[in-house]
Write a protein that binds this ligand. Structure first.
Ligand code: ADP
Ligand code: MG
Length: 256
């Protein structure tokens, strides 16, 4: 077991001539809530895409709990323990709430049945389905979504769609949860509720969380450490309050 759940070394990526991220060194300890912040276009989502195997880094290394994962396929990285949510919510809109969570459970060994059992709808198939549905309901209960489990995902209010996306990510049993602007578009009440939810996940799922966020108050109330990016490079890192007071960071946000 490594001291760090996630460690990047000189991580970088270029798109044509554009260096969207360079020399990014992030170290996240077990059970931490860590923030990745910076102005629009700073390279935050690009980093999430490298961590989850959507993009292959041009330079550098990524370690998950001490194991190298850079360049691995998305599925493999998810299996190894990284789950994420997206800046623009991605749900299966025409599936029920509970089905959306079951999708996250599908690849776990405890819910596997053989192709044979599944194709011919043999008892093994129904046993696996039932177990999955129970687990999905349990997760929905935690997020206060149990009552709405049979509604279509698209009919949930915005704040609840965000929660459902988090529930689905957690269903894959990750070691590290990545949240891309989870509070974007939320009203103050929903944001406050989200802060509680994130603390709850950290404490009750024994989770490590890396989140991207714009709202400084939100970041300050959640993250003990942050990395601040601008134009793909690290401006400041470490203790949240100290990093947010850094003159370079203030300049980047206020624009000189
Ligand atoms: N697939 C891609 N092809 C070309 N440019 C990209 C691609 N993905 C991201 N970029 C560029 O990388 C930069 C960082 O984008 P992004 O990571 O989305 O920023 P952030 O999430 O910090 O707002 C932007 O200039 C964006 O246009
Ligand atoms: Mg982004």
């Amino acid at each position: 077991m490594s001291e760090f759940i996630l460690e990047t070394q000189n991580l970088g990526i270029s798109f044509g001539g554009l260096k969207a991220a360079q020399d990014v060194n992030i170290r996240i300890k077990r059970n931490q809530i860590y923030g990745l912040i910076g102005p629009n276009g700073a390279g935050k989502t690009t980093i999430f895409n490298m961590l989850t195997g959507v993009y292959k880094p041009t330079t550098g290394k990524i370690f998950l709990d001490g194991e190298r994962i850079d360049g691995f396929a998305q599925d493999k990285i998810n299996h190894m323990g990284i789950a994420r949510t997206f800046q623009n919510i991605r749900l299966f809109n025409n599936m029920s709430v509970v089905r959306n969570v079951m999708v996250g459970l599908h690849n776990l060994p405890e819910y596997k049945c053989t192709v044979w059992e599944s194709f011919f709808r043999l008892p093994g198939h129904f046993r696996a389905e039932k177990k999955m549905r129970e687990r999905a309901k349990e997760l929905l209960r935690i997020f206060g979504l149990e009552e709405e489990r049979n509604n279509l995902a698209c009919n949930l209010p915005y704040g609840k769609q965000r929660k459902l996306e988090i529930a689905r990510a957690l269903a894959t049993n990750p070691k590290l949860l990545l949240l891309d602007e989870p509070a974007a578009g939320m009203n103050p009440h929903e944001t406050e509720d989200l802060v509680k939810t994130i603390h709850f996940i950290r404490d009750n799922f024994d989770m490590t969380i890396l989140l991207i966020e714009h709202d400084m108050k939100f970041v300050a109330s959640l993250c003990d450490e942050i990395t601040v990016l601008n134009f793909g490079t690290v401006l400041a890192e470490g203790d949240t309050k100290t990093a947010l007071r850094d003159p370079e960071v203030i300049r980047a946000y206020i624009g000189g």
